[in-house]
Design a binder for this molecule. Structure first.
Ligand code: PMP
Length: 406
């Protein structure tokens, strides 16, 4: 598309009009969850007002409409990421998606003597499922460390791709550092070594064009609520051969062809992995979210966020005693920082009084913060709907509250 009118885009987000503690809200916590445009809220609303029925094979009209909304979300997500809908498993989010790979792909295959390769910057959702598999199989976990700027040590990654490594799980974009990992190159190298690759796309999907086919991974996990969609929606993309070979993770209705007490015939993938009544309203909303992002154009979204990031970094660089964690070139618009003499939680609490929402804490990435030798950070994370004016308001509020603490 052509140039985007970002002021009008912001008006699409009802929540961003509100005040917090008597101040205009500055929402800088989109890495945690994203805000929703009216089109998404209306799609959810419209589902319950007009189409509510189950996706089970009811022959009535509403059942058909509900099924069509659910399946159209799958098709939209597939087109948006350049993959085939039959390879998209709809689920509750990245956490479920990664657990599905862990339990259905890894658990039956990995054994003592095998290695799972992770990186220092993974979210707990891309660590803990692998630890659970490792405990049950005797598999080892190896960790690829970072360079001081928060980028992956790619030499170490290559050196660790030894014959015992069966699986590599890596974030596309770090939720703490903003580092964008060269997942295409990483997956190509991994495949040369016969290593199966899992990419955690949670923080990439909302912020840049993602072409899963071009990345060439085996599995790509994503979460809907960070990409303008409702909570409790997400997907796992997997190569068809994996989906066919994997046993179901959760059993129940919808995922079967025939159930007998002497044996059950499972449905084909992806339905084989979608037992029970799904979050149909949520997927109606996620379909609208994909349409919304697609209309904006993800290249436009990325350029907008890079401009906001450059402004934020320039302003933060002027604040004495403020240190940013994660300065890799080309990083996404996530800025983790600490200010000398101020605890992260104190800063975030005082900023909230000024109407500014940032996250403070460990960001579900304990090993990463341990590596930096720190307990917590503040994290300001941006989205395309933020404004340059908000960056100025944030920085002014930060200077003010820092004065209160110092
Ligand atoms: N991975 C990354 C990099 C994330 O940022 C998040 C969300 N904070 C997750 C995984 C987990 O996503 P969800 O909670 O939606 O399952």
């Amino acid at each position: 598309g052509g140039p985007v009118d970002w002021a009008r885009v912001r008006d699409d987000f009802p929540l961003l009009q509100r005040q917090v503690n008597g101040k205009p809200l500055v929402y800088f916590d989109s890495a945690n969850t994203g805000q929703k445009p009216a089109a998404v809220i209306e799609a959810v609303n419209d589902f319950y007002r007009q189409h509510n029925a189950n996706v089970s094979r009811a022959v009535h009209t509403l059942g058909g409409e509900a099924t069509e909304l659910y399946e159209s979300a799958r098709r939209k997500l597939a087109r948006f990421t350049n993959v085939r809908p039959e390879e998209v498993v709809l689920c509750s989010g990245t956490t479920f998606a990664i657990n599905l790979v862990a339990y259905s792909w890894a658990l039956p295959r990995l054994k003592a003597g095998d290695t799972i390769l992770l990186t220092r910057m993974e979210h707990h959702a891309n660590i803990v499922p692998w630890q659970l598999v490792a405990q049950r199989t005797g598999t080892r976990i190896e960790v690829v460390e970072l360079l001081p700027d928060g980028s992956l040590d790619l030499d170490m990654l290559r050196a660790k791709m030894t014959a015992d490594v069966k699986l590599l799980a890596v974030a596309h974009v770090s939720n703490v550092l903003g580092t964008v990992n060269p997942v295409r190159e990483i997956c190509r190298e991994a495949h040369r070594h016969g290593i199966v690759t899992v990419v955690d796309g949670s923080q990439a999907m909302p912020h840049r064009p993602v072409d899963i086919a071009a990345i060439g991974c085996d599995f790509y996990a994503l979460t809907g609520h960070k990409m303008c969609g409702p909570t409790g929606t997400g997907a796992l993309w997997a190569r068809r051969q994996h989906l066919e070979a994997m046993p179901p993770f959760i059993g129940g209705g919808e995922m079967i062809k025939e159930v007998r007490f002497d044996g059950t015939v499972f449905n084909d993938a992806p339905q084989k992995f979608e037992a029970g009544t799904p979050n149909i309203a949520g997927f109606a909303g996620l379909g609208a979210a994909v349409d919304y992002l697609d209309a904006l154009g993800m290249a436009n979204v990325e350029a907008r966020e890079q401009a906001l990031l450059a402004h934020l970094e320039e302003e933060l660089a002027k604040i004495d005693g403020l240190r940013v964690y994660g300065t890799a070139p080309g990083k996404a618009a996530v800025v983790s920082f600490l200010v000398e003499g101020a605890h992260a939680h104190d800063l975030a609490t005082l900023l909230d009084i000024e109407g500014v929402a940032i996250r403070s804490g460990q960001h579900c990435a304990h090993p990463l913060l341990q590596w930096f030798g720190i307990g917590t950070t503040c994290r300001a994370s941006l989205a395309f709907y933020n404004t340059h004016g908000e960056i100025e308001a944030f920085v002014a509020a930060l200077r003010k509250v820092r004065g209160l603490l110092g």
